[in-house]
Design a protein around this ligand. Structure first.
Ligand code: SAM
Length: 281
């Protein structure tokens, strides 16, 4: 029963559409499980003690959140972990080491999780059509480098991660090295418009207004039948973004939301599925 209770608490924290204060978690779980708040409080203490959950403090208020001091599964196959922890991956699993730092992208934010799930989905099963030509990828607003590293681990041969923040460039470079991907993942502060290549797959987890502004550059930078994953926008903005990208020749393939955030996978193709397609979209 106690393990069931811990599971309920863990899911409550993960699936809430906002950060939850410990008292709110206690109240919600006690009500749904029909038990005392004291019992819930003790189970929360255990979960914090074992490192599965942690307390965070923002502007004088404490919250209960998933802890990233240990390996955490963020999608069907992608596990993110701190470098000093060990994890034995199951066949097909991808394990990304991310050192704690100041850059955005330890996997705690829904926009990162959504983008990772979209990437996992794209490379899962038979959606990716094996082709002799190697895939190249771009991660715009790479932060810690988490998405660029995941792209490389999922099978993209050459990945570029770009960011305007020098701290992100430094930390993402370090994380690429940490994962043994220094030759495969190149982190730069080059503006998107200055990149000469076209890419088979692009992921961008950045603010909505930036996603709107860079739509023409993304259209120019995505190869025909290439894939584009957009994250970082709130659900109400999705319709406008869909329209903007449809005007740039993209077709919506998949959409997902989490805690009010949206993520969409788009395919740059005017055709149904070209015979030389890399992706079945
Ligand atoms: C929400 S974080 C995403 C970090 C990481 N990719 C993730 O998914 O967790 C957005 C990042 O985009 C960067 N950024 C913002 N505007 C940008 C732009 N126009 N070009 C490149 N990077 C940008 C920020 O510095 C920040 O590191």
């Amino acid at each position: 029963m106690i393990d069931d209770l811990k599971h309920i608490i863990y899911r409550t924290v993960l699936e809430a559409n906002r950060k939850m204060a410990p008292g709110d978690v206690e109240k919600a779980v006690a009500r749904s499980a029909g038990i005392s708040r004291k019992r819930v409080r003790l189970a929360i203490r255990d979960l914090v003690g074992t490192g599965e959950l942690r307390f965070t403090y923002v502007h004088g208020t404490s919250f209960l959140e998933r802890s990233f001091d240990r390996p955490v599964r963020l999608s069907k196959r992608i596990v993110v972990k701190p470098p000093n922890t060990s994890y034995r991956p199951a066949p097909g699993e991808v394990v990304v080491d991310i050192a704690g730092g100041a850059a955005f992208g330890n996997g705690a934010h829904p926009t990162t999780c959504l983008a990772l799930r979209a990437l996992d989905h794209v490379f899962d099963g038979d959606r990716y059509v094996e082709s002799k030509a190697p895939l190249n990828g771009l991660d715009i607003g790479t932060g810690s480098g988490i998405l660029a590293i995941a792209l490389a681990m999922l099978g993209v041969h050459d990945v570029i991660g770009i960011d305007v923040d020098p701290c992100a460039v430094s930390e993402a470079t370090h994380n690429a090295l940490l994962n043994g991907l220094a030759d495969q993942v190149s982190i730069r502060n080059t503006p998107l418009e200055k990149l000469a290549s076209r890419f088979s797959v692009i992921v961008a987890n950045i603010a909505y207004l930036t996603l709107k502004r860079i739509a023409p550059s993304l259209s120019a930078g995505t190869e025909e039948n290439g894939l584009l994953i957009l994250s970082g926008f709130l659900e109400p903005a999705a319709e406008n973004l869909r329209k903007t990208y449809a005007e740039q020749g993209f077709r919506l393939v998949r959409e997902e939301t989490e805690r009010g955030w949206g993520c969409m996978t788009l395919c740059r193709s005017h055709f149904k599925t070209p015979s030389n397609a890399r992706w079945l979209c």
